[in-house]
Design a protein around this ligand. Structure first.
Ligand code: DAH
Length: 342
């Protein structure tokens, strides 16, 4: 066997062995460069061709070509195998088990205020009321004057008002919406107006500088105090249960005459007296009354022709009572441990 043939066979066998052992495409590539590359082992052999006698050259060329071909074929085969293995490994790694239980999505909760509001709205829209809105930044004129609270009236001091200018306030009550709706003159009126109100109160368990009220207003021909009582009684029963009784106590509000406060029988003890109602058996729920003729006049209505009733409910008060929450601050802190319970 000639020296060249021996070399070629050795290179070929070494290469085939290395290819067999190669465990990755990079290794295979390295072998290709080392054996078949421009400066590889085969190229080295070809340099020896110079010294081969002319008549033997074709034979040597044949050996070299055969060896190259054998190596290339083996390499191609091995490459395919490695690629297949890599693909299988990737697919296995990416496998998704569709039978696994899904991750639970966290769903938000409605705020107890919102739940209570929607319930109040449902009761009143069920009786044909419309839900209206008014501005939170309000003219002093609407927040006070048109509600029969003229400048220097002591009632102005009762509600600690945030003034923006001499004429503009953060509304201290939702009652100004009454004046705005009456002024539009679309009669009859049957509306509730929920919204945020502001008073410069210190924060404690029952006070906050910002809270919510729901105003109610009915204006029509021949509306009576009996209508007011009947309506608010239905409201109380729907909100706090069918056994709820109501009691109207005379009171004073500048914009209603006569005025009253409505209590409901304690829905915890049924009226016997318990810790919840502080032993009273009754819980104060809202202010109400027949719209004052002077208010009607100032809002462009003829008190001889039209009249009606109004009421104002504290939304937080309803939510606190309904869900037996004893500290108003919990409603504003947005602690999910609290909110998750509703
Ligand atoms: N605006 C009153 C307040 O904030 C509540 C109120 C009382 C509203 C009687 C009314 C009403 O509409 O008739 O204390």
């Amino acid at each position: 066997m000639s020296e060249i043939e021996e070399k070629v066979i050795k290179i070929k066998e070494q290469a085939l062995k290395e290819i067999k052992e190669a465990d990755g495409l990079e290794k295979l590539n390295a072998i290709r460069v080392n054996v078949l590359g421009k400066k590889g082992a085969m190229a080295e052999v070809m340099k020896l061709m110079r010294d081969v006698p002319k008549e033997e050259k074709p034979q040597v060329g044949k050996w070299v070509n055969e060896a190259r071909q054998a190596i290339e074929e083996k390499m191609e085969l091995s490459k395919k195998k490695l690629e297949q293995a890599a693909l299988t490994a990737r697919l296995e790694a990416e496998t998704i088990d569709v039978t696994l239980p899904a991750k639970k999505q966290k769903v938000g909760h409605r705020h107890p205020n919102q739940i209570a509001l929607e319930e109040v709205e449902r009761v009143f829209t069920g009786m044909g009321y419309q839900v209206m809105e008014g501005p939170e930044i309000e003219l002093d004129e609407y927040n006070f004057t048109k509600l029969n609270i003229p400048p220097n009236h002591p009632a102005k001091d009762e509600q600690d008002t945030f003034y923006i200018t001499d004429d503009i306030v953060l509304r201290t009550q939702t009652s100004p919406v009454q004046a705005r709706i009456m002024e539009q003159g679309k009669l009859p009126i049957r509306m509730i107006a929920p919204g945020r109100v502001f008073r410069s109160d210190e924060v404690d368990a029952t006070h906050s500088p910002s809270f919510h009220q729901i105003e109610g207003l009915v204006i029509d021909k021949s509306v009576t105090f009996a209508d007011l009582k009947g309506t608010l009684e239905i409201f109380a029963k729907k909100m706090f249960g069918p056994d709820t009784r109501t009691k109207f106590r005379p009171h004073h509000f500048p914009f209603t005459e006569p005025s009253a406060e409505m209590d409901v029988s304690c829905f915890k003890c049924g009226g016997k007296g318990c810790r919840f109602c502080k032993g009273e058996g009754w819980i104060e729920i809202l202010g109400c009354g027949m719209v004052h003729p002077h208010v009607l006049e100032m809002c462009g209505l003829d008190p001889e022709e039209y009249g009606g009733f109004a009421f104002g409910v504290g939304l937080e008060r309803i939510a606190l009572l309904k869900y037996e929450i004893d500290d108003m601050r919990l409603l504003y802190e947005n602690d999910v441990r609290f909110l998750n319970q509703f």
